[in-house]
Design a protein around this ligand. Structure first.
Ligand code: GLU
Length: 291
């Protein structure tokens, strides 16, 4: 069986124990399976990405004993891939520009006619639909430099085979009983909604770029934290919409501090670089994360 996996950090801060766990888990599995381990730098947030963090990622991984089997790819260099996909979705009438600020979304979601509870999905607040156009001709030219949202209902309606959406999971959420996780289009409408597929400052969003890059890199197994379990439903849906294969998924447990809080990017205290400077060995790091 082909086994191609990846580690996909964002160069927006130091790698910490949680990243080390994720990277080591994926790397070890790839080596055991005689497979391929790839590295992808997820730098679409150009306001926060820094070359020095990217360099630190390479240094920390090499120090941990991790090697990758092809040159690392950078999402900032895949603009063309994302743009082409956005244009296709635009021409099908699946996207619309949105000028709402976060504050607008909270206010609209709070409005009495929309119900009183704020509903959060894997992509943040469920978009209340303020900018969603009613049926009608779309501008043939996709606007640039604007947020573009996916009209979820319209996209779902266009899929010839709607149900069931599913993916194979063998990580923490289904450890005792690995198997298929299923979800419905209704869930996508109510619990996900009209997600952002293109940012104002970058022609793409996390969900779009991750799906296109996993396919472009031929990823067969995605190994990542369980905080992304719900986002996987978005990714599996986008794979169906775009005619791309769905990899197998392992969502692993998160590494937490003594108080049970998950480690944050800003958490320098748990940074690999800090442990290194204090004289820890790669074996110590492995032991700390239970590997
Ligand atoms: N870039 C994401 C992060 O650093 C990981 C995305 C993924 O594994 O799909 O959290």
């Amino acid at each position: 069986m082909t086994f191609i996996t990846r580690f996909a950090p964002s160069p927006t801060g130091p790698l910490h124990l949680g990243h080390a766990y994720s990277a080591l888990l994926a790397f070890d599995r790839a080596r055991r399976a005689n497979g391929t381990f790839l590295l992808r730098i997820e730098d679409i947030d150009q306001t926060r990405a820094r070359p020095e963090w990217e360099q630190q990622i390479y240094d920390d991984l090499i120090w941990l004993g991790i090697t990758w089997d092809a040159a690392p790819v950078r999402q900032s260099e895949h603009v063309k891939l994302y743009e082409e996909c956005l244009v296709t979705l635009w021409e099908k009438g699946f996207l619309y520009p949105c000028s709402c600020t976060r504050r607008d979304i909270v206010a609209a979601a709070n409005a009495p006619q929309e119900g009183t509870e704020l509903v959060y999905g894997p992509d943040g607040l469920i978009y209340p639909g303020t900018c969603r156009p009613n049926d009608g001709p779309v501008n043939p030219v996709m606007p640039k430099g604007q947020v573009l949202r996916l009209n979820m209902r319209r996209a779902l309606d266009a899929l010839s085979e709607q149900e069931p959406f599913s993916f194979y999971e063998d990580g923490a959420p289904r450890e005792d009983m690995p198997g298929r996780v299923r979800f419905t289009s209704e869930e996508l409408i109510t619990a996900v909604g009209d997600i952002v597929l293109s940012r104002k400052d970058f022609p793409g969003s996390y969900h779009l770029s991750v799906v296109l890059d996993d396919a472009a890199q031929g990823i067969t197994h995605v190994i990542r934290g369980e905080d992304l379990f719900d986002a996987t439903k978005i990714h599996v849906f986008l794979q169906r919409l775009l005619g791309l294969p769905t990899p197998k998924y392992t969502h692993h447990q998160l590494i937490r501090d003594e108080r049970g809080k998950r480690l944050a990017k800003r958490c320098d205290a748990r940074a690999i670089a800090t442990y290194r400077s204090e004289g820890a060995s790669p074996e110590d790091i492995r032991a700390m994360v239970g590997l």
